[in-house]
Design a protein around this ligand. Structure first.
Ligand SMILES: *[C@@H]1O[C@H](CO)[C@@H](O)[C@H](O)[C@H]1NC(C)=O
Ligand SMILES: *[C@@H]1O[C@H](CO)[C@@H](O)[C@H](O)[C@H]1NC(C)=O
Length: 188
């Protein structure tokens, strides 16, 4: 099952490569990442994806072409020692490319982009660049969907439904072909 699932994952990522407007990467929260106490105030960072009471979340981020070199999003309520897939999707109608995807930890009480938090924070970053000729006008707003998905057994949880569906089909086909063989044997 795990082998099958990893093959399927490769196929699905290839498929999204062909469609051309998804980029993704994985991050693993360190075992010793300090958990935010419940009563602690959130930092003042404006763009946040929160996984409170959830194993996946999505926001639509409005990127302004040519405004900033890098875009940053804070991830909140991740679990320690868990792996997450960060998926960045945009419409094929927008001629942009996404690069410099990464994640990093900002230690507690450390200023980042003019904000400070009592707790350690996790950020992701990516660069949005125009990929067209003639180039897009500076300040053009492009909506970009950013999802964060918890991975169990190395598989993002949002793919479980698809995997179960395909597994049922594979099992049914195997079952039916066995039956057909059996009929052939009886006839002989
Ligand atoms: C982004 O998310 C919105 C809201 O869920 C959806 O309507 C839109 O189709 C998504 N766009 C892309 C490019 O995935
Ligand atoms: C678009 O890309 C070109 C070439 O990479 C660059 O020179 C130009 O400044 C970009 N335009 C904006 C608005 O970012």
């Amino acid at each position: 099952m795990r082998w099958f699932a990893s093959k399927l994952l490769v196929l699905l990522s290839l498929a999204s490569l062909v469609w051309g407007n998804t980029e993704s990467f994985f991050l693993k929260v360190p075992k010793d990442f300090p958990i935010r106490p419940a009563d602690q105030k959130d930092g003042q960072f404006t763009t946040v994806i929160s996984l409170e009471h959830s194993n996946n979340a999505k926001i639509t981020y409005e990127a302004e072409i040519g405004r900033r070199r890098l875009e940053f999003i804070e991830l909140q309520h991740l679990q320690v020692d868990e792996t997450y897939q960060v998926k960045i999707c945009w419409s094929a109608l927008d001629p942009i490319s996404i690069g410099e995807m990464d994640w990093f930890i900002v230690p507690h009480s450390t200023s980042f982009e003019g904000t400070v938090s009592e707790g350690a924070r996790i950020f992701i970053q990516f660069a949005v660049t125009n990929d067209s000729y003639p180039p897009m006008e500076a300040g053009t707003v492009v909506p970009i969907n950013v999802s964060v998905i918890n991975c169990k057994l190395g598989i993002p949880v949002d793919l479980y439904g698809v995997i179960i569906y395909i597994a049922i089909i594979v099992a049914s086909v195997a079952f039916l072909s066995k039956k057909i063989n059996l009929c052939g044997m009886i006839r002989r």
